[in-house]
Design a protein around this ligand. Structure first.
Ligand code: GAL
Length: 654
């Protein structure tokens, strides 16, 4: 071999070696040697030199020694401060995801998109990213999910910066001040909450008039059917119908500043949950560290904080109230059922009836949870082969809501076909139909078999459309903005459920933290869930609500979008990259519109009348600020902060 040939092959070696050691001018710094814990992602934790599941990084059979394993939707901010000249990576879906991953990688340099991979699916070979980042201050590495959010295991393999000056450093996403946009509620009476209420003949009616305004407030209900009575002090309407029918009642709330009146349509028939259920659930907050005391405190806080005056009513116990199979922890272990087969609570719930009575005495309703399988997700007793007994027990205890979570049923049918997926839900529906209590039936099976297409048919009032939410932008936005196709399946009594709210102090127990969503992300979360007609189940500690969170949960004009009797789910009517416009018709002929910005920098988002669709002049009202913005024709646009929203309602202009 001649000398030149030796140098030539050395040159090749050096070039190949670029990705391993020094390249061009400057030194290479591996992304994985930076603090990758700053990665925000939709599921799991980021891993150094390993996939999200902790396996060696592998894309289409090619293994990589170094890199970052994450999960869409993912964001990582890296401060370059002008010190790097190139960014290199090999990107793709990690092989551990099987055949179902689909993702897109993007790189933003000082807010501008400088790289986009296009959709990459499982088994696609790794794509090379090799971009000039000279002079860039902040680089954002983003991964968006593709077809759905499942199995989106994303690898930034062989990722390094060529550094000529200051070393790169990962940083937190920009901090924001928690600005309260909504004016303080008026001391005058205002009636809030559902305008339509469904009850089955033979089931007890429990409707608490939700009204804000300075106390004492006095309540009345004009045209109240004779079988019902109202408590003038608490605004609670109780009684029982024997026959189907429909009634229009005028609710009245009075204090020394005036009087508010509003019509309530009471529908006695087969369908309940005519507006999306609004309440609280213990899971995102306490996880399995839940006990009777925490449930009581949540109920008391819902009443005392005034949430009840804005339509919030369910207090739902999630997993872990039953006996844990095979546990030697005396507080949760022991016999799972009594001699008659009746389900037992664990010692953390010493008296379920007393607990439900306590919650009802506050004018609230109470929910429970179980699995159709032999055990729940957390390994507690399930309803398998005790379904009717359990439904009866739930009714006898006085429950008003049941979340029925697939989980342990996977051990009965590991690879269910559609019929098998539906079976346990149909069966529990039949059991619930035999009890004389209205129990909202919430299907939880993470969207399997496109549950939205048959959830109503098997008797569900709502059905989870996704896996579990967590308090990250990737998770919340990945779930929320993915609900567009599901709009046709929502209607009064039948709701798509993109999972519970992650605002306030959450933590899946026992240790709680502030939601990691930024203030704007939280406005987006609540606005989107309201537009989507989603069940609203608060997942935080109600005994420690801060002012910002309270404001998020008590804006009546925003909640009215969620509780609109028409029950439409918003559709995504326009999408231009990260700019999205979602809209839904309201019963009064107005249109609720969300202008969303999913980008890392502020963007102007514009709603076009032709997309909504509406015509003519419209009065535009900002719902978070509760302020008219003026009369507009043809379009309405606003500058929207990073990950933020402007939620408006368009009324025909006089
Ligand atoms: C999951 C469910 C969660 C929570 C948890 C309890 O399957 O999606 O919302 O209920 O089980 O173990």
């Amino acid at each position: 071999m001649g000398v030149s040939r030796v140098f030539a092959s050395l040159g090749i070696l050096l070039l190949v070696g670029c990705s391993l050691a020094a390249g061009g001018s400057g030194r290479n710094v591996w992304l994985s040697d930076l603090d990758i814990s700053k990665t925000q992602q939709g599921w799991g934790d980021p891993h150094k030199n390993l996939s999200v599941d902790g396996n060696p990084l592998k894309i289409a059979g090619q293994t990589f020694e170094r890199g970052l394993g994450t999960h869409a939707d993912s964001l990582l901010y890296v401060e370059l401060n002008g010190g790097s000249s190139r960014f290199h990576a090999m990107v793709g879906v990690d092989d551990e995801a099987g055949a179902r991953g689909s993702i897109e990688f993007r790189v933003l340099a000082d807010g501008k998109q400088v790289y986009k991979s296009g959709l990459i699916r499982s088994d696609d070979p790794a794509k090379q990213v090799d971009i000039d980042v000279t002079g860039v201050q902040v680089l954002v590495l983003a991964v968006d999910s593709g077809d759905d959010m499942n199995y989106d295991h994303a690898d930034w393999a062989d990722a390094y910066f060529t550094v000529t000056g200051t070393a790169p450093k990962t940083v937190d996403a920009p901090k924001e001040e928690a600005v309260i946009l909504t004016p303080k509620p008026s001391p005058k009476p205002r009636i809030n909450g559902a305008r339509v209420f469904g009850v089955r003949p033979g089931s007890p009616v429990l409707y608490t008039i939700a009204a804000s305004g300075r106390r004492p407030l006095w309540f009345n209900a004009e045209n109240l059917p004779a079988v019902l009575k109202i408590d003038r002090e608490t605004g609670r309407i109780t009684g029982k119908f024997t026959k189907p029918g429909e009634y229009k009642i005028t609710l009245v709330a009075t204090n020394d500043l005036g009087e508010a009146k509003r019509e309530l349509r009471l529908v006695v028939g087969d369908t309940i949950a005519l507006t999306p259920p609004m309440g609280w659930n213990s899971w995102n907050c306490w996880g399995c560290a839940v006990d009777e005391q925490k449930i009581r405190e949540a109920a008391e806080a819902m009443a005392k904080s005034g949430l009840i005056n804005h339509g919030w009513q369910y207090i739902n116990i999630d997993d872990c109230w039953m006996v844990r199979r095979g546990s030697d922890d005396a507080t949760v272990g022991g016999p799972t059922r009594d001699e008659a087969g009746r389900i037992r609570t664990n010692k953390r719930f010493p008296d379920m009836k007393a607990l439900t009575d306590c919650v009802h005495s506050l004018g609230l309703k109470i929910g429970t949870y179980i699995s159709p399988g032999p055990w729940t997700c957390a390994g507690y007793e399930g309803s398998w082969q005790h379904e009717q007994a359990d439904a009866q027990q739930f009714a006898a205890w006085g429950f008003d809501y049941l979340k029925y979570d697939w989980c342990g049923y996977g051990s009965i049918v590991p690879e269910p076909d559609l019929k098998q997926m539906q079976e346990p839900y149909r069966f529990m529906r039949m059991c619930l139909d035999r009890v004389d209590r209205d129990i909202v039936f919430s299907l939880c099976q993470y969207g399997m078999g496109d549950v939205w297409k048959w959830g109503a048919e098997v008797g569900g009032n709502c059905w989870r459309t996704t896996g579990d939410i967590t308090d990250s932008w990737g998770s919340m936005s990945g779930i929320g903005f993915r609900q567009a196709e599901l709009a046709p399946y929502a209607s009064p009594g039948h709701w798509n459920d993109p999972d519970m709210l992650v605002v306030g102090l959450v933590g899946w127990g026992p240790n709680l933290r502030e939601s990691r969503l930024t203030p704007n992300e939280q406005y987006t979360h609540i606005s989107l869930w309201c537009l989507l007609s989603s069940p609203l189940l608060i997942g935080c500690d109600l005994t420690r609500l801060d002012e910002f969170t309270t404001n998020l949960l008590t804006n009546d004009e925003v909640l009215e979008v969620n509780q609109d009797p028409l029950g439409e789910q918003a559709r995504c009517v326009a999408k231009d990259g990260p700019r999205e416009v979602w809209a839904r018709r309201m019963e009064d002929g107005s249109t609720a519109v969300g202008l969303f910005n999913r980008d890392e920098v502020p963007q102007t988002v514009t709603a076009k009348w032709s997309d909504l669709p509406v015509t003519g002049k419209r009065r535009v009202r900002d719902l978070w600020r509760q302020k008219d913005l003026g009369t507009f024709e043809g379009t309405f646009g606003a500058e929207i902060p990073r990950h933020g929203v402007v939620l408006v309602r368009l009324f025909p202009a006089e």
